[in-house]
Design a protein around this ligand. Structure first.
Ligand code: FUC
Length: 352
């Protein structure tokens, strides 16, 4: 196993480095110290052909100009916060309204667009990176100095684990995730509509027109949101269910895991034979099928089009701070925010 690094660009006079973690089984993961951004994940298909299975750019400038959070960590709070404000202990906090009038994915200078202090990890059974960022009190409107450590570890079982930890000196809110867009066909040969998704979830959050949860939890049975037995993502893209239409013909929804504790999400693509098994300790996964990716630009040589990738954003519930019935995302001083999600790749279809 090894780690290779190379200069990828410059940002505010700082060097942007691309680190590539390579294991002994033919898998590699490349990522930047900018936003902990995963630029590439190379994994074998059923014939052993090694190809890229995430959306990313070749040039750093494209990340600054075009990226809809490709591969990056999002925070302090993932998703949208209604009216870019919330109340904590009687105090109202105003956040950056970067999707007017709401706050999206941590604001203008979110965790996706800062340089993280980075250290390489070379352990016996894994290689990895430890990222650290100090977010000062008041950054993007959030209270408290927040120190966040994120660890990416790749092992020889073709598993990438992401562990998040954060500490604050003042009561605040935290909800972190990774925003990789997966495309298991390899090198973007096909889009994600032919991917099959399977997970144990009986309810999803209804979204309003602003794509923010209304507070209502909808029963998924007999809807395209019922993935218990696994089905093609295409069914939600073609569906006339008002929630699929509202999302821009597809999904942009928090799916709530049925059980507490550890849960799994299985994504597979028949033609390549590749399967991704996601294991998380988070209460929901925001399923986003890249409904607005289309644009006059290219992604690794492929013209940007809708549904070219699918995000599986494991996290706490979006806008939880404004919804008293959602599990809390408040972090107090002396507490540690911690979350783990693992992504294991197989070159054959398992389970579904
Ligand atoms: C996802 C979605 C949003 C947005 C963004 C780029 O997380 O929830 O709607 O388009 O990514």
């Amino acid at each position: 196993m090894k780690i290779i690094d190379k200069l990828f660009g410059h940002y505010n006079d700082e060097s942007v480095i691309e680190y590539t973690l390579v294991n002994d089984s033919g898998m590699s993961v490349s990522c930047l110290n900018y936003g902990c951004t995963i630029t590439k994940i190379l994994v074998p298909d059923r014939n052993g052909k090694i190809e890229n299975v995430v959306l990313g750019f070749e040039n750093f400038g494209d990340y600054l100009d075009l990226s809809p959070y490709f591969g990056s960590v999002v925070g302090r709070v993932a998703g949208r916060i209604k009216h870019a404000e919330f109340e904590l202990d009687g105090e109202v906090y105003r956040l950056t309204a970067n999707e007017v009038p709401n706050h999206l994915h941590g604001g203008k200078k979110g965790f996706n667009s800062v340089i993280w202090k980075t250290e390489c990890i070379e352990a016996e059974n894994a290689v990895g990176l430890k990222f650290f960022y100090h977010s000062p009190n008041g950054e993007e409107g959030y209270p408290g100095n927040l120190d966040t450590t994120i660890i990416y570890l790749l092992n020889n079982q073709n598993e990438l684990s992401i562990t998040y930890e954060a500490r604050t000196d003042q009561k605040t809110i935290v909800n972190l995730t990774n925003h990789s867009y997966f495309n298991l066909s390899g090198d973007l040969k096909r889009d994600c509509s032919e991917h099959i998704l399977q997970l144990e979830s009986e309810r999803f959050l209804e979204l309003g027109l602003d794509k923010i949860p209304t507070g209502k939890m909808i029963d998924s049975s007999n809807t395209p949101f019922d993935f218990k037995h696994g089905h093609l993502l295409k069914s939600g893209m073609k569906s006339s269910h008002p929630q699929n239409v509202l999302a821009g013909n597809g999904y942009d929804h928090p799916l709530l895991f049925t059980k507490k504790g550890e849960n799994t999400v299985v994504l597979s693509e028949k033609e390549s034979g590749r399967t991704l098994l996601v294991t998380t300790d988070q209460p929901c996964v925001v399923l986003y099928t890249g409904n607005h990716l289309e644009g006059p630009y290219s992604i690794s040589g492929v013209r940007a089009r809708n549904h070219l990738g699918v995000c599986l954003e494991t996290q706490g519930l979006p806008d939880a701070i404004n919804q008293p019935n959602f599990p809390s995302i408040v972090l107090n001083p002396k507490e540690v925010y911690s979350a783990t999600t693992k992504y294991r790749f197989f070159s054959n279809t398992i389970g579904v």
